[in-house]
Design a protein around this ligand. Structure first.
Ligand SMILES: CSC[C@@H](O)[C@@H](O)C(=O)COP(=O)(O)O
Length: 347
């Protein structure tokens, strides 16, 4: 398993996911600007991985500032805002940066080196927690699979999208080792092909049987009883259980309902936005038209065509069979089950 985000000797090492599966190359980030660019370009992607990378990005920013404590604070806040502006949808980004800023607040009385040390510990802790949380989600989610089944997934919610094992793919990994996964159908996930490039690659590395399909084949695969469950990750979940995830997830959820197939979401507490009631309030990132009009650098549409390129969609709670978190498996009514985990307690 490759590590997507790694802190080593004062540098952030990111696996460059835009080059996969052709090349396995790492980016050594020594300044916060490079981390911001990596998030924007999707060199590091997936909600938990973005959160961890941003925490280290803010740390790198803090390490550059060696002036008076006042100056330190104002510069730190500017860097935090710039990092927050990289991508709008995955709430883990904001969650991780705010967590880092709280450490600054609590250690304000310290000299800059002491402050930086506290911030470094926090960033390392954010990354380490994600590894633990992935394992917990995987073990809990695997309990939903009591007999051998084939599953469909969308985008990539694996090791590449986290610091550890993955969320949706973590559950699949665990259920596979329990003998309960026959095959994984991976949607290619247009426009940036995270399913084809990343999920298929990750699963093949571990010899988990995977079949790649284009996004528009999911309905036919379900109609032919080729999958018994859908499992995906999430970028933001609101208090009512609405789920933002990679564009195309909503279509898969609608199809799953039509075919009476359970639709599971696996996500850590850091993906819940307790400040938002419904999915209507989630900012949806729109990305460049070139992602749709070009494939592998080649034009596949007439020059100048109008394009709509939302990177995410929102699946309404009534299409979600269960949400697997490190605190337990949540089911409807989600306003009640989510209110319970909001307090940090088990479901
Ligand atoms: C555990 S990752 C969950 C989500 O972040 C994932 O499904 C997803 O939509 C990633 O989108 P991306 O645009 O590749 O960052």
């Amino acid at each position: 398993m490759h590590t997507a985000v790694e802190w080593k000797e004062g540098r952030l090492r990111l696996l460059n996911q835009t080059l996969l599966p052709v090349q396995t190359e790492y980016i050594e980030c020594t300044d916060w600007q490079r981390v911001a660019t990596a998030i924007q370009r999707l060199e590091v992607r997936g909600a938990p991985a973005i959160g961890a990378a941003a925490a280290f990005g803010l740390l790198l920013g803090a390490m550059e500032v060696t002036h008076t404590p006042d100056d330190f604070a104002s510069k730190l806040f500017v860097i935090a805002e710039k990092l927050k502006a990289t991508r709008p949808t995955a709430v883990n980004l904001f969650w991780a940066i705010d967590r880092m800023l709280r450490v600054w607040e609590q250690n304000q009385a310290k000299e800059v080196p002491g402050l930086i040390q506290a911030m470094e510990q926090e960033a390392i802790q954010i990354a380490a927690e994600d590894v633990q949380v992935n394992r917990r989600i995987s073990v809990l989610g695997a309990q939903l699979f009591t007999a051998p089944a084939s599953v469909l997934t969308h985008c990539n919610a694996g090791a590449l999208a986290t610091v550890g094992f993955g969320t949706a793919l973590g559950v699949i990994r665990q259920a596979w080792s329990d003998g309960n996964i026959i095959r994984v159908f991976a949607d290619e996930t247009r426009p940036l092909l995270q399913g084809a490039r990343l999920t298929a690659w990750e699963l093949m590395q571990e010899s988990i049987p995977v079949t790649l399909i284009t996004d528009n084949m999911a309905g036919w695969v379900m109609k032919n009883n080729m999958v018994q469950a859908v499992i995906v990750g999430a970028d933001r979940i609101t208090l009512n259980g609405d789920v933002a995830n990679k564009i195309g997830t909503y279509s898969v959820a609608v199809l799953a309902k039509e075919h009476r197939i359970p639709f599971y979401v696996a996500a850590p507490l850091s993906t819940f936005d307790f400040t938002k009631q419904t999915g209507d309030e989630i900012p949806i990132e729109e990305r460049s038209a070139a992602e749709v009009t070009r494939l592998g650098g080649q034009p596949i549409a007439p020059a100048g065509v109008d394009v709509f390129n939302p990177a995410f969609d929102v699946t309404p709670n009534q299409l979600v069979t269960a949400i697997i978190t490190e605190y337990g498996i949540l089911r409807a009514p989600y306003d009640i089950s989510i209110a319970r985990i909001k307090k940090g307690g088990p479901e």
